[in-house]
Design a protein around this ligand. Sequence first.
Ligand code: UD1
Length: 399
Amino acid sequence: MAILRQRSFYTVMNTSTLDMPEPSPGTILCVVGARPNFMKIAPIIRAFRAGPEPIDVRLVHTGQHYDAEMNDAFFSQLQIPRPDIELEVGSASHAVQTAEVMKRFEPVVDAESPRAVLVVGDVNSTIACALVAAKKNIPVIHVEAGLRSFDRAMPEEVNRVLTDQISTLLFTTEPAARQNLLREGVDDGQIHFVGNVMIDTLQHCLEQSIPAAETLAGQPGCELFLGGESGYCVLTLHRPSNVDEPEVFRSILDTVRTVSESIPVVFPVHPRTRNRMAELGLQGILESDRIACLQPLGYLEMLGLISGARLVMTDSGGLQEETTVVGVPCITLRENTERPVTVDQGTNTIVGQDRAQIIAVMHDVLQNGGKRGRVPELWDGKAAERIKQILNDWLPQVN
Ligand code: UD1
């Protein structure tokens, strides 16, 4: 796949005429690239820029995600400041995308000489920017470190393992992460259990979330989703393991169709998934007045939609955590999870692609309410503040 966007403030071919903002010595460069990064960076920037003892930060957006629905909506709803630097890499194969982020990020690091580079999550932009910084002996701070699915076929697992190996400070969301990191040889003193910045954003935005009735208004048959006794199920799907293999994807969609006979399904469709459905000619399976296929939703719409749902079926990492906090049963359409606390303490059940199991959990939800959980330790909306406190103690020691 070709790179969709080439223009950049920091294009490698054109370093002599860079349209660069003035460097800000002593800054921390914070990196975002793809949709799940935006919810994680928002509370960090807010906390760092607030007094007392603000931390100077600059925001770099790699442009891994660029569609209005995948990008712009999140910046405005989460009140993330406009990125100081945009790399505009766009979509490509993993190797090309990762390499392109690295090529475009390197001159930024040279120009800015940051005190540290802060990366979040596990997307290609995370490992690409961490690698550039580490090779220049600039400390890497990884937020959401130590999560492991133990499935190296997952691109995110490779990104997580490698990013953690080259990070100086590792902030974790759940206790299992520390054990994973210790086993991989990370020093205990580098690891800080601070809670979950994704949940900081959820807590911050819950009151402003947009009710499902508003999001679904205008959808054909919307009263079916809102007024029916069964409530509705929210579905999201985008993992390569679910949508790349035609037979697997077809079988999941067949199961969704069966689920929809018991509970109507609202499906905001990721662009990658929409493309695959079209390529494989699978759209017909979901043609039903009990299934609403929507464009990807903004954060506040999605939060309203899942809070009001009876059930969520997903292969997303973030939704496993968010459903645990809002107390809605979650069926995870994967063989494993890197977020075990959502299973041990939360509302999450891992079912893979097993049709019988999916239907069984769905019936349990409809008949008995499904799995009930509790909110994990430190998922209290204050993770970013804890990170700031630790950095304010740490920064004077490194520079
Ligand atoms: C990426 C992350 C994944 C995260 C997901 C959330 C990696 C390896 N994967 O997966 O961990 O859960 O984001 O969405 O970093 N596309 C668009 N518009 C966009 C973005 C993507 O049309 O704004 C389409 C393109 O066809 C692209 C495809 O989606 O090739 C996949 O995008 P990509 O960023 O490569 O991976 P995601 O599947 O979004």
